[in-house]
Design a binder for this molecule. Sequence first.
Ligand code: C5P
Length: 403
Amino acid sequence: MRNKRILLGISGGIAAYKVAFLIRLFKKAGAEVKCIMTPASSDFISPLVVSTLSENPVAIEFWNKSTGEWTNHVDLALWADVFVLAPATANTISKMAQGQCDNLLLATFLSLKTQSIIAPAMDLDMYAHSTTKRNLEQLKADGVSIIPAEEGPLASGLIGTGRMAEPEIIFDFTMSFFESKEPKVLQGKRVLITAGPTYESIDPVRFIGNHSSGKMGYEIAENVLRKGAEVVLISGPTKLHLSHPNLKLISVFSAEEMLQSVQEEWNAAHIGIFAAAVADYRPMEKVDQKIKKSDDALTLQLVKNPDILHWAGTQKEKHQTLIGFALETNDAMAHAAQKLQKKNLDFIVVNTLEDEGAGFSTDTNKITLLDRNNKTQVFELKTKREVANDIIEYLITFIEQKS
Ligand code: C5P
């Protein structure tokens, strides 16, 4: 569930108080949670509680009367990996089945491109009513997953079926949705990935670095982990976190350290994806003490760093597939083609800073894939998560054709 984006809808029933526990479970599992509440639900659970636990602002109205800002329901819907509605009241279920959208939650539901899971909660007669049954059947036919209400004591004092499933059940249901989703096409493959920048020390407190966030490499790691691969992620300094039973994360600082780890790991890998922004040069001298401010000018002499990807290319065996990145500012394809040959790659991911939204510290990227036969595949500007998937889908086809 780590880094999964859960859009949690809350409608107005007494079971809404249990949502606090559900949010805790999602957060503890490493998910990102954003909540949308129907106006009525805030009578049952305070938006402050929901916001505090989810660590995100809560969306309730189309626009905020005090700031004049509006909430973009389309953005919220597209952000989500999954939509979970808990509790789902008879009223909201009925409106969803009809396609009504007279509040923010309903409008967001209509904008979703991903799976919806709902956990109905209401009094026993409402749950048993033919209209509710019909509405739930309709939603099921529309592809919505329904976690059936449970039997037990109800807020009305009656005993019967209508209780919302417990937060643990809703959590497990959501978890199994993610687990079952991705076919494990890379099971048995070991993938070595380099990511992030390298920092080259000037003295004990200063370094030469670059703006690489590491996001592209981490998204690739997550993607292949979902597809069942074992991953060795050799990462320069980043703010990102990733943990998974099939992940070996090796944190390094400099290019020389990265090279050393790659040299230890490349032999056992089937696939190498080199997304790190390795510093081309490092200070020649290793200074043990902080350099003092003295003269007006300071000259640093730099020496070339090892080309890690080039080294991996020289060691590449027939069964291994090697992928590099080329970030260019001009003549992108010509430069990338040279790198492909020189570094003995199977294909190269080209992005150019000439394209707006592409490159280092953005959340998006625009890539072209170039292979050894000079064939290119151009992609639109997309989120790095989507770009990672495009690269890996291309890689899977490449490996299938090779064998
Ligand atoms: O030659 P250039 O730095 O543009 O090549 C970029 C590709 O080579 C990237 O895949 C990058 O991770 C890799 N690289 C490397 N070691 C270096 C420089 C680049 O692995 N010293």
